[in-house]
Design a protein around this ligand. Structure first.
Ligand code: ARG
Length: 458
């Protein structure tokens, strides 16, 4: 029976009931709903709605229910209750009889669902923070093991300047560190309790809402009841953080797919995270990475979906808001899976150093070095740039690398070029020169690894 049957003389149409019920997805809020209910029962004692004895009986029954849902959360799904709040109340009444009917005094499902979802989001932030840090740790380990793996860095997907595999890994550590900090910010902002906001205008019982908030682990109670029941900013924020992080992961995936391709062959992915083709026996496909890249779409979709749902909604609660759950559940599950999968992929990669080095040597990735060399000999950079452009063109015509041109040939482009140009064109020199903060010089990369290890407690 629905919680609100008294005013109705006809039963709900089955099709409407199915359309309206949220239990098939909000059963995931069972623990939060029970924990919130225990706190509420304690608040009801402070305003003399419940005696201490009654509260103790309710709390014991709720704790029993908590153990039940923890051991078999999906068992809830066999019920035809409208939503998780109705389910908990029904179960409670089933256990303690009429006393259970007192629990909803002064409370509404509107402040209840807002509280449950915030509690759930807070728990999820903790789990996600750990996963984001674990992936950073995996990337730092990869960096540590590949400081000597020189490979081409790209702009416009053209070989641009040599970098190292370590430096590439650390770029993703930076992105994830920002995701981590965004999660922490969002956590602090969502850390206020809506419980006691009632349906919209506040509870009619003089409950100390800050004390109640403290019992639930929130830092304070929310300040405005209308806002409390209609605020879903925490959902928007988490989905936006998830969307940004998934964009990072999709770029990571795309880089790795490219590095693993036959065309570059810089890495080989482990058999543990690849699959074969049903037709072409030679294939080993980067499915884990392609799925990470692909799943980015559904997370962006969840963000857009809830933004459109909330746009223009009048205050306060509207049933539209029930649509907040499936998107965030799916998106955060997806993000978590992808974080784990990215770490698993990293765990088994083999970096093919000779192939990386060979590629770094091709494509005139040291052209900037020649320009800097000319600058050191007193030629203004713009002029040097032009001279090197002509030298690269000449080298392409001869099918040679810059460092393979004879001194005589190089001198034809600029008479200031001497024998000392050759060491300046080496990969080692290209790397070492970039020793300002954040550069690819081995000393800087080693510093960045140590720094990241410190931040990540490694
Ligand atoms: N299942 C509802 C939701 O998820 C709970 C709140 C219902 N409130 C109401 N006034 N109908 O939003």
């Amino acid at each position: 029976m629905a919680l609100w049957g008294g005013r109705f003389s006809q039963a709900a149409d089955d099709r409407f009931k199915q359309f309206n019920d949220s239990l098939p997805f909000d059963y995931r809020l069972a623990e939060q709903d029970i924990i919130g209910s225990v706190a509420w029962s304690k608040a009801l004692v402070t305003v003399n709605v419940l005696s201490a004895q009654e509260q103790a009986a309710l709390e014991a029954a709720l704790n029993e229910l908590l153990a039940e849902v923890r051991s078999a959360p999906e068992a809830i799904l066999s019920s035809d209750a409208e939503d998780i709040h109705s389910w908990v109340e029904q179960k409670l009444i089933g256990q303690v009889g009429d006393l259970g009917k007192k629990l909803h005094t002064g409370r509404s499902r509107n402040d209840q669902v807002a509280t449950d979802l915030k509690l759930w989001c807070k728990g999820e932030v903790e789990v996600l923070l750990a996963a984001v840090r674990e992936l950073q740790q995996a990337l730092v380990l990869t960096a540590e093991q590949n400081q000597d793996a020189v490979m081409p860095g790209y702009t416009h997907l053209q070989r641009a300047q040599p970098v190292t595999f370590a430096h590439w890994s650390l770029a993703y550590v930076e992105m994830l560190a920002r995701d981590e900090s965004r999660l922490q910010d969002a956590f602090n902002r969502m850390n206020t309790s809506p419980l006691g906001a009632g349906a919209l205008a506040g509870t009619a019982y003089p409950i100390d809402r800050d004390q109640l908030a403290g019992w639930l682990g929130f830092s304070a109670a929310t300040r405005n009841s209308l806002d409390s029941v209609s605020d879903r900013d925490h959902v928007l924020e988490l989905l936006s953080i998830a969307s940004i992080s998934m964009i990072h992961l999709s770029r990571f995936a795309e880089d790795m797919i490219f590095f693993n391709s036959g065309e570059s062959g810089f890495i080989e992915l482990s058999d543990r995270v690849t699959s074969g083709s049903s037709l072409m026996p030679q294939k080993k496909n980067p499915d884990a990475l392609e799925l990470i890249r692909g799943k980015c779409g559904r997370v962006q979709g969840a963000l857009t979906g809830i933004m459109m749902t909330l746009k223009g909604l009048p205050l306060a609660y509207n049933k539209d808001m029930q649509e907040d759950k499936e998107g965030i559940f799916d998106a955060l599950d997806t993000w978590l899976d992808c974080l784990h999968m990215a770490a698993l992929v990293l765990d088994g990669i083999q970096v093919r150093r000779p192939r990386c080095q060979e590629a770094a040597q091709q494509g005139y990735a040291n052209a900037t070095e020649l320009a800097d060399y000319l600058v050191a000999k007193g030629i203004p950079f713009r002029e040097a740039h032009h001279i090197v452009g002509a030298a690269v063109l000449g080298a392409i015509q001869q099918g040679k690398a810059l460092e393979a041109l004879s001194l005589e040939t190089l001198k034809a482009f600029s008479p200031v070029i001497e024998e000392d140009v050759y060491p300046a064109l080496s990969l080692a020199s290209c790397l070492e020169k970039r020793c300002a903060k954040g550069g690819v010089a081995p000393s800087q990369v080693a510093f960045a690894i140590a720094d990241a290890k410190g931040r990540l407690g490694m």
